[in-house]
Design a binder for this molecule. Structure first.
Ligand SMILES: *Cc1c(COP(=O)(O)O)cnc(C)c1O
Length: 416
């Protein structure tokens, strides 16, 4: 086997020039000299979103006013954008709706899953799942008057805990802290084999990793609009309900927008026939317009190319940190194995918080997750291979000079 030549910045410039996704970078506003490794927390602003917001505010809201609900098709925005997101996650267009927040969508789908698997009392999840997923399950259980249990176990051994008590397996596809990815098809199949339903949270996968819900037979899923979908801060989220489950249950947040005929104004709730019953109240049209731009942009990219580049970027980052930053206390927590790696790289570091603050001051934006994890997200549409090189350069400089050890970098901010 020939040995690979040492990597140089010039070689990475050439690699960027040959990147089939390179042209997407210019579709985003990225401040000069900023290396943005936090698209898994808040995606950057697509240029077309600026124009679309201008039009939606000035023309649609400003001039069309209330007529916009039909003249501008605002009323169908949740279904229309849901159908577009469906293409990113291997769902039918009538199985996804864009609405509410991920947290609220977890409540609705979890309530549905528990009702549709009567006789079983356990929600199985991982101890290190994203807190809101666990909190929502706890709140729902309390609301249902107890009688249910949230069983939180070690993710690495999740399959061993699947038994005939489990009503629903509730997992996040890619762990937000470690970047570890579950085998979604295999676990879905194992859950079904023991009579459990599945609810997958795609917050850290959809838009960065190809997801095929229907080929895996998934029952329910939720996901986030402001991360890899680049929908803007607090963008609406989405949920997926497999066709086979839609007619059998209507979720408990029975607001008028999920009614079969909202404008009949009847006093008795009757759920819409399909996925529309998972709506609750009036959709936020300005936010939906912004999200639609992000989704449209992503749909122009080939998801297989996106995944290939994501793995190449994270491989490069891991490799360069291995080679250049050894001995400074960084401990890789993200799997090296492609099959179980999402689109981020996380390290443990005893001074993780201060280190990330120093990186941010040096224009490399990642984030910190308590107690000691520095996290770097790699969104293939706008990151270049040279960005990885430059980020590691700045990281090395901070580690060598101990620039993180300044009083200001130790001061805890409310959002990390
Ligand atoms: C980001 C994220 C959420 C966010 O939920 P919100 O209701 O939008 O605040 C939920 N679940 C996971 C796994 C996440 O990573």
């Amino acid at each position: 086997m020939s040995q690979s030549p040492p990597i140089s910045r010039a070689a990475l410039v050439a690699r960027d020039a040959a990147d089939p996704l390179a042209h997407f970078r210019d579709c985003f506003h990225i401040p000069d000299n900023l290396i943005y490794l936090d698209g898994n927390s808040l995606g950057p602003l697509p240029k077309r979103t600026v124009e679309r917001m201008h039009q939606t505010v000035n023309e649609e809201w400003g001039r069309t006013l209330i007529k916009g609900w039909t003249a501008c098709d605002w009323i169908n925005a949740p279904a229309r954008i849901g159908a577009k997101i469906a293409r990113l996650i291997g769902a039918h267009p009538d199985e996804v709706i864009c609405t509410d927040s991920t947290s609220i969508n977890l409540f609705k789908t979890l309530a549905a899953a528990l009702t549709l698997n009567p006789g079983r009392r356990v929600i199985l999840s991982t101890r290190d799942n994203f807190p809101t997923d666990l909190y929502i399950a706890q709140g729902l259980i309390q609301h249902l008057g107890g009688g249910y249990e949230l069983r939180m176990v070690d993710g690495e051994r999740i399959a061993e805990y699947l038994d005939d008590q489990i009503a629903v397996l509730m997992l996040t596809h890619v762990n937000y802290k470690t970047g570890r990815m579950f085998d979604l098809p295999a676990l879905t199949q194992q859950a079904h084999a023991c009579g459990a339903l599945t609810l997958w949270d795609l917050a850290h996968s959809a838009g960065a990793i190809p997801v095929d819900l229907n080929s895996a037979g998934v029952d329910f899923a939720v996901g986030c609009g402001y991360k890899y979908l680049n929908g803007g801060p607090g963008a609406p989220a989405y949920l997926f309900v497999a066709r086979r489950w839609q007619p059998l249950f209507s979720q408990p947040l029975s607001g008028w927008m999920g009614h079969a005929e909202p404008f009949a104004f009847t006093s008795i709730y009757e759920p819409a026939p399909g996925i529309g019953r998972y709506l609750c109240g009036t959709p936020p049209i300005l936010s939906m317009a912004a999200l639609e731009c992000g989704v449209d942009l992503l749909l122009e990219a080939d998801m297989q190319q996106v995944r290939a580049k994501s793995l190449a970027l994270t491989d490069l980052f891991i490799h360069l940190v291995d080679m250049r930053c050894a001995g400074y206390g960084l401990e890789l927590v993200t799997p090296r194995d492609h099959a179980i790696r999402g689109s981020q790289v996380s390290f443990r570091h005893p001074q993780g918080y201060a280190l990330m603050q120093a990186l941010i001051a040096a224009n490399v934006i990642g984030d910190f997750r308590a107690p000691d994890i520095v996290r770097f997200g790699f969104a293939p549409l706008y990151l270049r291979f040279v960005d990885v090189w430059d980020a590691v350069n700045r990281l090395l400089h901070i580690l060598e000079s101990r620039a993180w050890d300044r009083e200001e970098f130790h001061r805890l901010k409310p959002v990390t």
